[in-house]
Design a protein around this ligand. Structure first.
Ligand code: SF4
Length: 269
């Protein structure tokens, strides 16, 4: 777990899975891939295997070790719902989120079909938890908008959209059953430009549907220079956090021991 994240809409990141494969145009300049591949072949480095998919069971217990409540972006360096991640492992990640319920979790995917299927069955125990927010990435009309329909069908208490990098005008978006929208432009070398009119279209629809909006950034090569003001205003809204009070140290230690005990189970043999 990284105690501090530079991502504007979260506090920390937790990566019990590392690595991913590209699936749609939003992945073109995947920051996680760029970061991970820098360390391919570096002995002992967490990304020694570059961006190859790897489950990391020794990271499972991390949220339980963190005593003070945080907002945690789950798998900032991966996608929990890739086919290569076993169902049993996805369940263990979600079980940790249920145990460490003094944090708020943000689970973001570009594979909402599997997320919906699992939330309707194996992960149903977590579907009603308001401290776990389930989201999809939406970069364009072709790949992004259908993900919103899948998300809406998932029996989740809190659903959100990460509309980043916004690559075109999305037209009309069905925001029914959606509780939060993040919007942002692409940053870094080769960043694809984002038109203000596309953002204003989303802002208008969020206001009409009373959905909180978080405008993350304009992006570009110098994202700090471009900033995150939209018509002179900072949009920082998000759903109300509904996490529980942290338990005693003794209780946390016992939960950590329980989760570390899973490492020896057949899934990881
Ligand atoms: S789904 Fe996310 S983590 Fe995976 S390649 Fe695409 S942008 Fe990167």
């Amino acid at each position: 777990m990284s105690a501090i994240s530079t991502i504007e809409w979260t506090d920390a990141t937790w990566n019990p899975v590392r690595g991913c494969t590209k699936i749609s145009p939003g992945c073109k300049h995947c920051y996680a891939e760029t970061f991970a591949e820098r360390f391919r072949g570096v002995p002992g480095h967490p990304y020694e295997q570059g961006f190859d998919l790897r489950i990391v069971p020794e990271k499972l217990a991390d949220p339980l070790k963190w005593a003070s409540p945080k907002t945690i972006f789950v798998n900032s360096m991966s996608d929990l719902f890739q086919t290569g991640v076993p169902d049993a492992y996805v369940e263990q990640v979600v079980r940790v989120m249920e145990m460490a319920n003094w944090h708020t979790y943000q689970v973001l995917t570009k594979r909402p079909e599997r997320m919906r299927e699992l939330l309707s069955a194996r992960l149903l125990f977590a579907a009603k938890s308001k401290h776990i927010w389930w989201g999809v990435s939406v970069e364009d009309r072709k790949y992004g908008l259908p993900r919103i329909d899948e998300l809406r069908e998932a029996p989740a208490a809190v659903r959100f959209l990460s509309i980043e990098p916004l690559l075109e005008d999305l037209g009309t978006i069905n925001l029914k059953g959606i509780h939060w929208v993040i919007v942002g432009g692409e940053s870094g070398l080769g960043a694809r430009p984002m038109d203000e009119a596309w953002v204003l279209n989303i802002k208008r629809q969020c206001a009409a549907a009373k959905v909180p909006l978080f405008f993350k950034q304009w992006g570009g090569i110098q994202k700090s220079k471009a900033g995150r003001l939209l018509q002179g205003i900072t949009y920082d809204d998000m759903p109300m956090k509904q996490a529980q009070k942290p338990p005693t140290i003794l209780r946390r230690k016992s939960m950590i021991a329980e989760v570390n005990g899973w490492i020896g189970e057949p899934l990881f043999a």
